[in-house]
Design a binder for this molecule. Sequence first.
Ligand SMILES: C[S@@+](CC[C@H](N)C(=O)[O-])C[C@H]1O[C@@H](n2cnc3c(N)ncnc32)[C@H](O)[C@@H]1O
Length: 246
Amino acid sequence: MSSIYESEKLLAEYLLFHYATAEEILPPGRKWPADMAAALEFPCRTVAHFGKTQVARGLDLGCAVGRSSFEMTRHCDEVLGIDFSHAFIRAAEALRGGAVLAYHRLEEGTQRTELSATRPAGLDGQRLQFLQGDAMHLAADLGAFERVHAANLLCRLSEPQLLLERLPSLVKPGGELVLATPCTWLEEFTPPAHWPAQSTLAWLKAALNPSFSLENELDEPFLIRETARKFQWSTALVTVWKRRND
Ligand SMILES: C[S@@+](CC[C@H](N)C(=O)[O-])C[C@H]1O[C@@H](n2cnc3c(N)ncnc32)[C@H](O)[C@@H]1O
């Protein structure tokens, strides 16, 4: 399994991606294309595809440094965020506890700007738990959830089919599932034998249709800043599913 998500570089990029203001990601003074600004706040926009009623339990798989998990607590009594990266979970847990996390934004070469991340305003993190764990081998006693979110995780798993097979038992009948993926299948994360044979959407439908109905399908762009002049702009395929009643 890749360890890039333990690196200081990725930790800083994800703290910026999840918690920075628009001005910290796209500093004033340069003419940024409108599509870049429209791609901000991805961790909030994927969660916004859940219903707005209050439910008991939410699960955020591949939660990274935790922004989507915080957002899920707005409409879930309890939320569990799980990620394989110890470094990401340590940061998420520190933010949950109220810490101010110092990190840097890389400008170029050795030039850095010091920034800090804090948990989102108005969310105290008391009903949120972060755990290091493997989304392909989740504990058998995790129970079931009304809402399950997995953003940009599937194409980072070595055996994504294992998670797809587990989803029917993780989502309660009538519950909601939001999956996002930019469909960037790469050998360094997933052996080609485990890539979808056709489109990712067709693969998801074949795997999930027996237990879930597809409620919505759309694109959500996202922007990850690497340096002052280098950004990754991607667009994720977002699918929203409802667990069928058995
Ligand atoms: C591309 S990032 C997406 C993170 C976050 N959901 C977002 O949208 O910003 C992929 C995340 O999946 C995590 N991850 C990779 N393999 C995992 C596994 N087997 N179980 C749980 N998390 C995993 C990584 O540590 C990383 O945080």
